[in-house]
Design a protein around this ligand. Structure first.
Ligand SMILES: [Mg+2]
Length: 382
């Protein structure tokens, strides 16, 4: 069997699907995208395609290594997201050829279901109480929300009170009947991260995510030394070589690689195993589409240290399409009591509504994250 063609479809809300075709008629789907830079990843996919057209899709390990090591310069969000989507599509093909779900090819189930959590609130964490009530009524008991709005390198006590106030309100309203992680979203610098974490501790968040940006990763170990709340990070780390450093430093309690950014199934399976060896939990980042989510689930069902799965149903980013809009077998991804169950169809288990994908890709929006500014006009992290 040989790979014959790669076709990309940029889609609302901010996704890109990749179809990989073979000379024997078996096709695989992947989701190579970095949010806000879909066109750059698309160019990278097509540039990389010359290395794999004509190759045997069964040799996923060799193709991964060729795509990664075959370029003198490698890594980073664009190239690794391109590799990720190609890798997902190759696993999809392999599963379809062999007639089994991908997790069977990775050794089989290690659990029967995986807990999912839901985002609540938008970019600015307000009105989370009614959001949680609604989501709780359909079975979720675990949530994530942004921990604060833009925060100055040194900011005032009013901003701290605002951030802590939201969280205090949640605990008061729901007690221990729910859990929630707080995503600082890289918005907070190290000095204020120290302050905020200390103030938030009494409300016992499940974890603090990206308390500082990944490029300040040396602070994860320092912040972890200050608090008993687990520190989570990883959505902006792009290979096991980046995770190696943070795992060796010892600050993280949870790693969150993104299956569409950190080298796909091949690489994230290894990252999960590396994390397990450091007694660190695995919670794949996934505010993306259904192929990315399915890829995450196949790792969740084989990695013992997988604890939680992010998913984008109802997420504030999903403007113009919802998680399962482009999926024909929606029932395979329905949740019960806030859990996902193992996909049963061969490959990744996503039957893509190709007709709809082609139609909608004709007018795909170019999603961009907002650029925030402080009151004094300087750029703030979003
Ligand atoms: Mg995050």
């Amino acid at each position: 069997m040989k790979i014959t063609k790669l076709t990309t479809y940029r889609l609302a809300p901010r996704w890109m699907f990749l179809k990989v075709e073979t000379d024997e008629g078996v096709t695989g789907w992947g989701e190579p995208v970095i949010e806000g830079r879909a066109r750059s990843v698309e160019a990278a996919v097509h540039e990389l395609s010359e290395m794999i057209i004509g190759q045997d899709p069964a040799r996923i390990n060799d193709i991964w290594q060729t795509l990664y090591r075959g370029g003198f310069y490698r890594g980073g969000p664009i190239l690794m997201s391109a590799i990720s989507g190609i890798d997902q599509a190759l696993w999809d093909i392999k599963g379809k050829v062999l007639g089994v779900p991908v997790y069977q090819l990775l050794g089989g189930l290690v659990r029967d279901k995986i807990k999912a959590y839901s985002w609540v609130g938008g970019d600015r964490p307000s009105d989370v109480i009614s959001g949680i009530k609604k989501l709780k009524s359909i079975g979720f008991d675990t949530f994530k929300l942004n921990g604060c709005e833009e925060m100055g390198i040194i900011d005032n006590s009013r901003k701290v009170d605002e951030a802590v106030g939201v969280v205090a309100e949640i605990r008061e309203a729901f007690g221990n009947s729910i859990e929630f992680g707080l995503d600082f979203h890289g918005r907070v610098d190290a000095p204020m991260a120290k302050v905020l974490i200390k103030e938030l501790e009494p409300y016992r968040p499940l974890f603090i995510e990206e308390p500082v940006l990944a490029e300040q990763a040396e602070y994860y170990v320092r912040l972890a030394a200050q608090t008993h709340i687990p520190i989570a990070a990883g959505e902006r780390m792009f290979s096991r070589f980046e995770f190696k450093r943070v795992l060796a430093d010892g600050g993280l309690g949870i790693v969150q690689p993104d299956l569409s950014h950190a080298g796909g199934i091949t690489e994230c399976y290894k990252i999960a195993a590396m994390a397990e060896s450091y007694d660190v939990a695995f919670a794949a980042h996934c505010p993306l589409g259904p192929i990315a989510l399915a890829s995450c689930l196949h790792i969740d069902f084989v990695a013992r240290n997988a604890v939680l799965q992010e998913q984008s149903m109802g997420i504030h980013y999903n403007q113009g399409a919802e998680l399962l809009d482009y999926v024909l077998n929606k029932e395979d991804f329905s949740m019960e009591d806030g859990h996902f169950y193992p996909p049963t169809k061969p490959g990744l288990g996503v039957e893509v509504n190709e007709e709809l994908v082609i139609e909608r890709s004709k007018h795909a929006p170019d999603w961009r994250n907002p650029v925030w500014r402080y009151p004094d006009g300087a750029v703030a992290e979003w």
